[in-house]
Design a protein around this ligand. Structure first.
Ligand SMILES: O=P(O)(O)OC[C@H]1O[C@H](OP(=O)(O)O)[C@H](O)[C@@H]1O
Length: 320
């Protein structure tokens, strides 16, 4: 698929979910690299740099996207000519796609151990990682019941209840505002994440923080399922995660909005749940307390402060 087409599909949310966005971007960079005609390595770097920028501009919040793009782009750093650089990009993209798939499988296994026979689990939005935990527990023969939210305004809950229904999981579909009414019937909340910052805060679909608050009050365990490529290196530098605010027509019919000149519709797509409301983050490296985010960023992703200096030099070279 052409790079611009992938970018448009991510922007319009035809391709959505933090992990899927990241994999689509890695695959798009790989295909794009093959379309380069020429032999000048500097022109190739520029060609790929522009493609990376196009992908990065699609959606601002899910950190998996810049992490995947950087992982693939960094692979060509040492290449001396175009075929070498193309091969390096191919290898890196394939390795990202494979490790992403394995990460979700591992998260499913580890997350399922947190779910006991007879548990009632609540999930919000449509997260591959969170669903992996629930579906693995179900496949293990545990008798589960799930509460899945509607997820206004894009209604990703429909995708979730379809997946649960297809697997034969007993599921209750509720509007977002019904969470507190049912939270005392729930043993465990499992959500995904679009980003995890260095202080262990979890950025996820709007409404997650209200659910975490309700779970905290009810003493219901709150698990977040997230691959390590959703941890945000730049948060070490104090950079904040930009919360995407989407078009208002997702919330209110423009014809109705036109009759309400004093009303401003707000549509943030994500919110931030502080670490103290999250019991554990289930990653492919194991289940960790959210306060261990720094270790994941530094020791596993390899992003210490010194890496930012290296990256700065790399970006300078890309712009030459
Ligand atoms: O990567 P996985 O676990 O699939 O999803 C993680 C998160 O990505 C989604 O964002 P959106 O629907 O693209 O806005 C949701 O916020 C979901 O919880």
């Amino acid at each position: 698929m052409l790079l611009n087409e992938t970018a448009e599909q991510i922007r319009s949310m035809e391709i959505r979910g933090a992990g899927r966005i990241a994999r689509a971007a890695a695959a798009a960079l790989k295909d794009h690299a093959e379309t380069f005609e020429g032999s000048d390595i500097r022109s190739f770097r520029h060609f790929m740099g522009e493609a990376a920028c196009t992908l990065l501009a699609t959606r601002p919040t899910a950190v998996s996207l810049p992490n995947a793009v950087r992982f693939v782009m960094k692979a060509m750093e040492g290449a001396g000519n175009v075929p070498e650089a193309q091969a390096a990009i191919r290898r890196a993209a394939d390795s990202f796609l494979l490790s992403s798939k394995h990460a979700i499988e591992w998260i499913g296994e580890i997350g399922a151990r947190h779910i006991s026979d007879g548990d009632v689990v609540l999930t919000h939005c449509n997260s591959e990682a969170a669903l992996a935990c629930i579906l693995t527990a179900h496949r293990q023969g545990k008798d589960l019941e799930v509460f899945a939210t509607e997820v206004r305004p894009r209604n990703q809950g429909i995708l979730t209840i379809r997946a649960l229904n297809d697997a034969g999981v007993k599921t209750n579909y509720i509007v977002d505002s019904a969470v507190r009414s049912f939270i005392n019937d729930v043993d465990l909340v499992v959500t995904g994440a679009d980003a995890v910052t260095v202080n262990g805060a979890v950025v996820n679909k709007i409404g997650t923080s209200q659910i975490a608050l309700a779970a905290h009050e009810a003493r219901t365990t709150m698990l977040v399922a997230a691959e390590t490529y959703k941890f945000a290196p730049r948060s070490i530098l104090g950079e904040r995660i930009e919360i995407e605010e989407r078009q208002t027509d997702e919330v209110l019919d423009p014809a109705v909005a036109a009759t309400l000149p004093h009303v401003r519709v707000r549509n943030p797509a994500f919110d931030v749940t502080p670490a103290r409301y999250v019991d554990e983050i289930v990653t492919e490296m194991g289940a960790i307390p959210p306060t261990m985010a720094y270790i994941i960023i530094r020791d596993h992703l390899g992003w210490g402060i010194e890496e930012f200096h290296k990256n700065f030099e790399f970006n300078e070279r890309m712009q030459e």
